[in-house]
Design a protein. Structure first.
Lengths: 129, 737
């Protein structure tokens, strides 16, 4: 079963994402901030097949988390999908430059649309939205 | 001469100070010497007296008499002892009286009939000691010594000393002038007792006593407590004195020697007086000489001055009459020559002046007329709340109304004739002012803008300013009138409001996302099958939430626009294509209402460089309004044309129109017209506000015409030159159509 690491600090949103992903047949690893997510990524094998990342997070924001992931040889191959309540174009561009596979604004998107994108990425689909 | 006065004064002051210090030191030394000598003499006397005690207690005859008495009981030999004691008294003049007491104090003998001032011995070490003890009691001095025989106490001898010797020492005022005193004092419970009667207490009966708590800093009181005070202090008579302190530890006596400062420092006071007299005399002399010298110089100068005045008035041949034989006379001669030359020049000039006067009168009339107009204007504006200044064409202030003193902190006197840039202005970049001057001076148009200024106290403020050039008949700028208002507070409130909306909107988005997603999950039957009615209800929830999201997006856009945070990223754009995109999105609603769309455009419409997202939003808002507020089967026409250096977009509908009394509020935030509120409750009232903000920040203008029940037409312009790129934080949220 493919597994997805979710980084989302808002409990209701995390619940919805988790529920929807599990329905779609994924195994989910829910985390509430970048630190917790990093802890889940160190040492444990196998690595998740995708990271679902929020931007506004406690301790470190999505961009900082992403920078850490992409600087580690072991982790940088994991595809990342950012799902956030708007971030400025510079931040979005910076994340896309680091190798984000898709970027979504939460309130603007149906969850189903995002899940479809996730499925296509995990199943070796095209990169970037 | 002028230098001499301060130098002399300085030297006198310095030497006076020096003498004062020296004298003070010398007096202190002297008092110190006196007290040292007295201390030595008192110590000598004490030691001599104590030796007398030792001598007596070790006298074998006394010991034998006491042993016998102790064996035989009550006082049988007091007569023999008395004889012995009398003998010793006669032998030593220091002894005034002497007594002996048995250890049990049952028997005693004395040279006196009653035992004078017999001391009470305690049970302490001193009472058991063989060492004699000297003490003062009720004005008498005593030496008591214990008599021992083979280690056993057999009696006590008490000598009442002749006080003449010590009183003699204390009365010896040599070295202390006419006012000096020496005082021996002792602490007695809460008081200090004087053991001797100094000069000023000669007539006192009994002992002089001072309460320690009431006289804490008095030297006599300090000395008895083994303390010292400042060299100069106030003594028991409340007189200022120079003092020296000593202390006799065993007896607990304090000794002071002192001399009144009034006597000690008398010589220096005399010196001061003399110095003042000399200084005054010198001053008077100096002024006398100075006056005489100056008179000899000023008299011819005064004449010269008088002469220049006369010549100035046109008396060219006035004789100066100065014969001092010095530079002044030379000056007077040269002056006379000059006056002669001037006379020639002046006659020619008069004619020219007359001609010019006529010309000037004409100009003056014009100016006076303007000045009168200006005066009326000043009267009108003196007390208004906005700051009003009038400058000449170069920007020099010639008038400012009263409020300027509050606004800028400068008084009106301070600013007249100066330029605002030298006072409160000049803080914007050069281009800003260059544009301003170009508008008012070259184009001769009214300039309006906001700028940052500084008050006199350094505080900066934001001012809304408009400047109007005032031209005369020939079209020449005569004055500028500037009307200014301090809008700092308004700006700050506006900023806070915008920031609040931004934060609140962000916070709203998270729960809105949660509602959206969970409703979506329910609707897609993730949590089980829904009945038709449940489906319908949830659709309502979903739609309402979507409206909420739209409102938050609009609020965020408004706050970004107002904070100047929108990024502008211009790209060459085909405006027609942009309109078509928007129309495609609106298609379902257009179909639903069976609206007729007419689209026309200028034949050679150029591509212009605009931010597509922003301009798309302008079209989207205007067109969706048109669709929303036009009843079924109505018509919407779009016309894009080019006129001069502007591209004009016109959107006309045959809709409900805007009531005339509400038209002035069309572009304000949250405005929705009454008539359309009845048609549709939906709508944020932010669309046209955003449209206006975007168009204006793109360098364009927007206007409209509307009649209720007939329809509305909106026009907006964009410069052909396109939008200027700007780095901002965010792009606008896209509106749902």
């Amino acid at each position: 079963m493919k597994s997805i690491l979710i980084v989302e600090d808002e409990e209701p949103l995390l619940l919805a994402i988790q529920h929807k992903l599990e329905d779609a047949g994924f195994e989910t690893i829910p985390t509430r901030d970048g630190k917790e997510a990093l802890a889940r990524l160190t040492g444990t094998e196998p690595l998740p097949d995708l990271i679902w990342l929020d931007y506004y997070l406690p301790f470190m924001n999505g961009l900082e988390f992403l920078t850490r992931i992409k600087s580690e040889e072991r982790l940088k191959q994991i595809p990342v999908v950012v799902v956030s309540n708007t971030a400025g174009p510079e931040k979005v561009n910076a994340m896309l430059d680091l190798g984000v596979d898709a970027y979504f604004v939460k309130a603007e998107r149906r969850l189903n649309d995002i899940i479809k994108k996730v499925q296509s990425i995990v199943n070796g689909g095209a990169k970037h939205e | 001469m002028f230098l001499l006065i301060p130098v002399v004064s300085l030297i006198s002051i310095l030497s006076f100070r020096n003498a004062q210090t020296l004298l003070r030191e010398r007096i202190s030394e002297q008092v110190e010497t006196v007290i040292s000598a007295r201390q030595d003499r008192i110590n000598d006397w004490v030691n001599r007296s104590l030796r007398l005690g030792t001598l007596l207690s070790q006298d074998p005859e006394l010991q034998a008499l006491l042993i016998r008495q102790n064996k035989q009981g009550t006082n049988p030999i007091s007569a023999e002892l008395s004889v012995f004691l009398e003998k010793r008294r006669e032998q030593y003049p220091e002894i005034q009286a002497v007594s002996v007491v048995s250890p049990s104090a049952t028997a005693s003998a004395s040279t006196e009939t009653d035992l004078p001032s017999m001391p009470k011995f305690g049970d302490g070490d001193l009472a058991q000691s063989a060492i004699p003890m000297l003490y003062e009691s009720s004005g008498g001095y005593f030496v008591s010594s214990r008599v021992f025989s083979q280690g056993t106490l057999i009696g006590t001898a008490v000598i009442n000393l002749n006080a003449d010797a010590i009183n003699g020492i204390l009365k010896d005022y040599s070295g202390l002038g006419g006012s000096g005193e020496i005082i021996l004092s002792r602490k007695d419970a809460g008081e200090v007792v004087f053991l001797n009667h100094p000069r000023s207490l000669l007539n006192l009966d009994g002992q002089y006593r001072l309460s320690i708590t009431d006289n804490p800093g008095i030297p006599e009181v300090l000395a008895a407590q083994h303390l010292t005070g400042p060299e100069i202090s106030t003594d028991y008579r409340q007189v200022e004195v120079v003092t020296a302190y000593r202390y006799f530890p065993v007896m607990g006596w304090g000794l002071i020697a002192k001399i009144d400062t009034s006597e000690a420092f008398a010589p220096i006071e005399r010196l001061k007086l003399e110095l003042i007299q000399v200084s005054l005399l010198t001053l008077i002399l100096f002024f006398l000489v100075a006056f005489m010298v100056s008179r000899s110089i000023t008299t011819p100068l005064h004449k010269l001055h008088l002469g220049t005045e006369k010549v100035g008035k046109g008396e060219w041949d006035y004789d100066l009459d100065i014969h001092t034989g010095d530079e002044v006379e030379q000056l007077a001669d040269e002056f006379a020559t000059m006056a002669k030359e001037l006379k020639g020049l002046y006659t020619g000039l008069e004619q020219k002046v007359e001609e010019r006067t006529v010309e000037l009168q004409k100009e003056k009339d014009t100016s006076e007329k303007l000045a009168q107009d200006l005066q009326k204007f000043q009267l009108a504006v003196e007390n208004v709340h906005d700051q009003i200044i009038i400058t000449d064409p170069e920007g020099h202030i010639i008038y400012a109304n009263r409020v300027i003193e509050n606004n800028t902190g400068f008084t009106r006197k301070e600013i007249l004739g100066k330029k605002p840039g030298e006072l409160w202005g000049g803080h914007m970049d050069k281009k800003f002012y260059a544009r301003m001057w170009k508008t008012i001076k070259e184009k001769k148009k009214v300039w309006e803008g906001e700028l940052t200024n500084t008050r006199k106290n350094g505080e900066t403020y934001i001012a809304a300013l408009s400047i109007a050039p005032i031209n005369d008949k020939e079209g020449i700028v005569r004055f500028f009138v500037g009307i200014e208002r301090d809008v700092t507070v308004e700006k700050e409130i506006d900023r806070m409001k915008t920031e609040f909306i931004s934060v609140a909107s962000h916070q709203l988005r998270t729960p809105l996302s949660a509602i959206k997603w969970f409703t979506e999950m329910l609707l897609s039957e993730d949590a089980g099958k829904l009945t038709a009615e449940q489906q319908k209800f949830l659709q309502q929830v979903y739609r309402s939430n979507e409206r909420m999201i739209e409102l938050v997006n609009a609020l965020l856009n408004v706050s970004r626009i107002e904070q100047g945070r929108i990024a502008i990223d211009p790209k060459p754009t085909n405006l027609t294509a942009l309109v078509n995109e928007v129309l495609t999105e609106l298609e379902p609603k257009i179909q639903e209402k069976k609206l007729n769309i007419v689209m026309s455009k200028h034949e050679r419409l150029p591509k212009i460089s605009v931010d597509q997202k922003l301009i798309r939003q302008v079209y989207a808002n205007l067109l969706s309004n048109a669709v929303k507020y036009t009843p079924e089967k109505g018509e919407i026409s779009i016309l894009i044309s080019k006129k001069g250096d502007e591209v004009i977009s016109q959107i006309r509908d045959t809709g409900y129109g805007i009531p005339i009394d509400q038209q002035s509020r069309v572009f304000t935030k949250f405005f929705r017209a009454d008539n359309i509120l009845k048609v549709s409750a939906e709508g944020t009232g932010l669309g046209l506000y955003i449209v206006k903000s975007v168009v204006e920040s793109s360098g364009g203008k927007i206007l409209f015409q509307s009649e209720e029940g007939k329809g509305s037409t909106f026009w907006f312009t964009l410069p052909v030159s396109g939008m200027k790129p700007r780095k901002g934080e965010r792009s606008l949220e896209e509106a749902k159509l």
